[in-house]
Design a protein around this ligand. Sequence first.
Ligand SMILES: [Zn+2]
Length: 357
Amino acid sequence: MANAAEPIFSDRYSRQTRFAAIGEDGQRKLAKSSVLIVGVGALGASLAQHMVRAGVGEVRLADRDFVEPSNLQRQMLFDEADALAVLPKAVAAANKLRQINSSVSLVATVADVNAANAAALASGVHLVLDGTDNAATRLLLSDLCFKQHIPFVYGGVAGAQGMQAALIPGATSCLRCLIGAEDSEHEVDTCDTVGVLAPAVEFVASLQAAEAIKWLSGNQEAIRQTWLSVDLWSFRLRESKLPSGSAHCPYCGSGVEPPRPAKPILETAMQDEDVISSAVLCGRDTVQVTLGKPLQLAELEKSLVEQGCKLTVNRYLVKAALQSGEQLIFFPDGRVLVQGTADAEHAIRLCRHYFYS
Ligand SMILES: [Zn+2]
């Protein structure tokens, strides 16, 4: 494989450095930057590609999911081979991104981003990019970013509509002040209920990537200080000025130490002595069950075969197709995605049956 240090790549960034606002100085700043992208689905995969092609020094990717055929219509880094191999999105994305730019340090984490691991994942980054698909994770990231003075570049898409804003601690209000609580009505429509058009994703990802490149290349004064909404179908574009921090908000306001979030990041549907908890993934006919301990995939694989499951296995996960129609996807960090049900108790029963038998 060609190496990024080879002379043939010496003008890789020439068209970007010729852009006056960036120049050689901005390019050096980009190379010294690090970003965290949470969610490597449609928005995240596109954001990752922009960051890697632009020459951001370190790109961290975190995602809890794996590549499925229904992703390929809009998630631009993935292909049929990734879906057939049931690769985790963070891994499949990192594999492609290394081929695009081998000089970027890529860190792929296959995990559910939650209150327990978000701070470690974001530690030391210059920017957090939103590639998530739910209000709860976005608010967790906004809270964390405002607490740690890291800009949070929000983006959301459903149908042909999108929204985008760069939220800057000390300058703008936080996401919580803009959209309300986890159960606010702002995100009633999801990609799983109303579908999503790939061009709408790319439009919002481009807006996010542009703000990120401005910030990381030292052009902070060029940051767009507005909340932008777009409908690409009817083409309507609306922009409203972002308010500054609200006085009584513990995150974007007074500087009072923020309280713990009022709600846990994932709705805990059931909890017992095995520390099993679950979360229904919004609109997806999927429940995420957390077993509370790491899984030995090799052992599990044997036991699932004995129980008559049809398996797809790679080094990152074991996917078991049950005769009853559901699919269980086991990850080594102790998570199980149960597809084919939105009933948390049923999902837990299935996990117990196939994990503990
Ligand atoms: Zn706030």
